[in-house]
Design a protein around this ligand. Structure first.
Ligand SMILES: Nc1ncnc2c1ncn2[C@@H]1O[C@H](COP(=O)(O)OP(=O)(O)OP(=O)(O)O)[C@@H](O)[C@H]1O
Ligand SMILES: [Mg+2]
Length: 380
């Protein structure tokens, strides 16, 4: 039940209880007073006995008269009490209904800032930490709650932003020396007088260098992928898939993985570069975590108005309970890769998850029974 309704019910209940108590008290006071103020029978008889002597009434007549008088008085009293009771009850009902209506309005007014707080909290939970409640009004409990919440958001925002900026800056700083390293190694290996050992060393170092470049590139993408899509545009996943599959054709052929692409129109509104990264990571995984003679099927389609991408491959067996962990940064399967040199850095699926999240897409990954993964990304 909504808090507003509950408050109204409590308020209404308290009003009716207090009203009923008041009516009871008034009723009891009036009742005790109208009976106490009646002349007692002895007093009446004395008074009327005198009168009887003056107007010549028999004793029986007098006693009948007194009885009638008392009966009438009692009836009148009962009438008065009943009228008070009835009138008060009707008044209580009418005023009570008005009070409950008023209480409902008041509760709504009190709840309005809470609704504002909840709405902002929901928006923040769904999207970005940049929003604030900025509650106007007197410095009361609710304003203090809203301000505390705003302060907390500001701190979180700063922390996240700082972390993102740090990763981005660090990645940029690290990229330059790696690029220089690569050039130096390539030049050294290309020297005509470079010996066999130097070439071998250069090739190894280049491989290490490339791995580091991939790692930093992944970190950079991950740091950027968690932000809102600044400028969403409609992108057809079918185009991306066709393009990416082309890029991986040679690698797939070398790995002896048969790639089967079925790209039907599937338009998504979002960031083209991030979406391409998502598709590329999934296809790279499908090719790299596979075995010779294996297959990779990539599918795009629009199902019930929602764009959907499916990537399914053969490969090493993955336990169902391991799947969630693979989406965490730097998590890799346990050394079952085709060859050691394709061992990735373990950021691919984390990036996929981040990109899916900012596009509000539902991401599911289930292991195939005979190995490999079946990943589905369904866009909203
Ligand atoms: N399609 C797949 N089939 C089987 N296993 C997979 C598949 N995709 C991922 N995995 C497992 O999940 C792990 C994590 O994948 P993820 O893409 O995050 O990292 P990676 O491929 O190892 O490195 P990279 O950052 O270069 O992508 C992989 O190491 C692999 O063991
Ligand atoms: Mg990968």
């Amino acid at each position: 039940m909504r808090l507003r309704t509950r408050l109204t019910l409590w308020y209404g209940g308290a009003f009716f209880a207090a009203g009923a108590a008041l009516i009871t008290v008034v009723y009891l006071i009036v009742r005790s007073h109208i009976t106490a103020n009646l002349p007692g029978p002895d007093e009446s008889i004395d008074f009327l006995s005198q009168a009887r002597a003056e107007i010549g009434m028999t004793e029986d007549q007098l006693s009948a008269f007194i009885t009638t008088l008392i009966e009438r008085q009692e009836a009148a009293n009962a009438d008065t009490l009943q009228a008070i009771l009835l009138g008060s009850a009707v008044a209580l009902a009418v005023i009570g209904v008005l009070a409950v209506g008023f209480g409902f309005l008041m509760a709504g007014r009190v709840m309005r800032p809470i609704d504002a707080i909840t709405a902002t909290a929901q928006r923040v939970a769904d999207r970005s930490l940049h929003e604030r409640i900025n509650l106007d009004g007197p410095n009361d409990e609710l304003k203090r709650l809203a301000d505390t919440f705003d302060g907390m958001l500001a701190r979180l925002d700063r922390a996240f932003e700082g972390q993102r900026r740090f990763v981005a800056n660090a990645s940029h700083e690290l990229k330059t020396p790696l690029a220089i390293n690569r050039t130096l190694l390539e030049v050294a290996a290309a020297e005509p007088d470079a010996g066999h050992r130097v070439r071998g060393l250069a090739a190894n170092l280049l491989a290490v260098n490339e791995r580091h470049e991939r790692l930093i590139d992944g970190l950079l993408t991950l740091a950027g992928a968690d932000r809102d899509v600044a400028d969403p545009v409609p992108v057809d996943l079918a185009d991306i898939v066709a393009h990416v599959a082309d890029q991986f054709a040679t690698e797939a052929a070398e790995a002896q993985v048969a790639v089967d692409v079925s790209a039907a129109e599937a338009v998504v509104t979002g960031d083209a570069a991030l979406l391409e990264r998502l598709v590329a990571n999934l296809i790279a995984n499908g090719v790299r975590h596979n075995h010779p003679g294996g297959t990779l099927a990539v599918d795009t389609a629009t199902v019930e108005g929602r764009a959907r991408l499916t990537v399914r491959n053969t490969g090493p067996a993955v336990a169902a309970y391991e799947v969630d962990a693979l989406f965490q940064p730097f998590r890799r399967g346990e050394g079952r890769d085709r060859i050691e040199s394709v061992r990735g850095v373990g950021l691919g699926l984390s990036i996929v998850e981040s990109v899916a999240r900012v596009h509000e897409a539902a991401l599911t990954a289930v292991p195939n029974r005979d190995g490999g993964l079946h990943v589905t990304v369904e866009f909203a």
